[in-house]
Design a protein around this ligand. Structure first.
Ligand SMILES: C[S@@+](CC[C@H](N)C(=O)[O-])C[C@H]1O[C@@H](n2cnc3c(N)ncnc32)[C@H](O)[C@@H]1O
Length: 247
């Protein structure tokens, strides 16, 4: 029996089984000017076949052996663009699905980098979902991953399956991370934080190396000025912070 393809934006791929490919109507293109901007932006990739084929060889894309840092679930752009422009000895991959957010982020990075410009930009934005991590990265290809304020999907039990921290994702990310390197997670949702820590304990792969239920007040070794947009705009609650390491 073959599974029916119900998503009209999904096409069959010989190598990757299914690839997301939006059909953009003229009407949609006219109402969202960022679609064309993203399509023409050299620092944003949106062809999933191309994105997945680069797995295992991201260092060839960046043309160096620098560590690769990943940010998933990005939203706005300040945190990431700061990291990109202040760490020219590192490469950055960034996963986001919305056109405006992708384009504005690329612009912000280029603006900050222009002060310090090298031949090739040290970042690339990928228009794909975090669910594809096993397809767009090779084993031990990345060093550090930031996951800040992912949606906690807490209102109904049945929504929890959408949470980013699930057994498969945690195991996939472990495989894709280099030995001795880290995953950093921040959230203002206490139940989500605790459930996630429990899950990590159960899976028994990552070692918890730093944890705080209120990282701004606690004396922990993290630069507290590095706030993301979510934190600066919405946050009034205590922010929980955890670092996991792959030993
Ligand atoms: C709550 S915001 C993230 C906040 C941001 N990290 C911060 O701290 O300022 C969630 C972002 O994730 C993106 N997103 C939602 N689902 C996604 C998925 N499956 N894969 C990648 N990004 C996704 C949304 O477009 C949105 O920009």
């Amino acid at each position: 029996m073959t599974r029916k393809n119900t998503n009209k934006f999904v096409k069959k791929s010989e190598k990757y089984w299914l690839i997301f490919e939006e059909k953009i109507t003229e009407k949609r293109r006219n109402t969202n000017p960022y679609i064309t901007k993203v399509e023409n932006d050299p620092d944003i990739w949106l062809d999933e076949e191309k994105i997945f084929s680069q797995s295992w060889t991201w260092k060839d894309y960046f043309e160096n052996n620098n560590e690769i840092i990943l940010e998933i679930w990005t939203w706005l752009w300040n945190f990431f663009s700061d990291e990109v422009s202040k760490n020219l000895d590192k490469n950055f991959l960034w996963v986001e699905i919305k056109y405006k957010r992708l384009f504005s982020s690329a612009e912000k990075c280029r603006k900050k980098l222009s002060i310090n410009k090298k031949n090739k930009n040290n970042f690339l934005l990928l228009k794909t979902k975090w669910e594809n991590i096993a397809k767009f990265l090779g084993d031990s290809e990345i060093s550090k991953t930031y996951i800040f304020f992912p949606d906690p999907w807490w209102k109904k039990d049945r929504q929890k399956k959408h949470r980013i921290f699930q057994e498969k994702f945690i195991k996939d990310l472990y495989e894709k991370t280099k030995k001795g390197w880290k995953l950093i997670f921040k959230t203002d949702h206490r139940e989500y934080f605790d459930t996630t820590l429990e899950l990590f304990k159960k899976i028994w792969l990552w070692r918890e190396v730093l944890k705080s239920y209120d990282y701004e007040t606690d004396n922990i070794d993290y630069d507290k000025t590095k706030k993301t947009e979510f934190e600066t705009i919405f946050n009034e609650k205590k922010v929980a912070y955890v670092e996991f390491q792959k030993d």
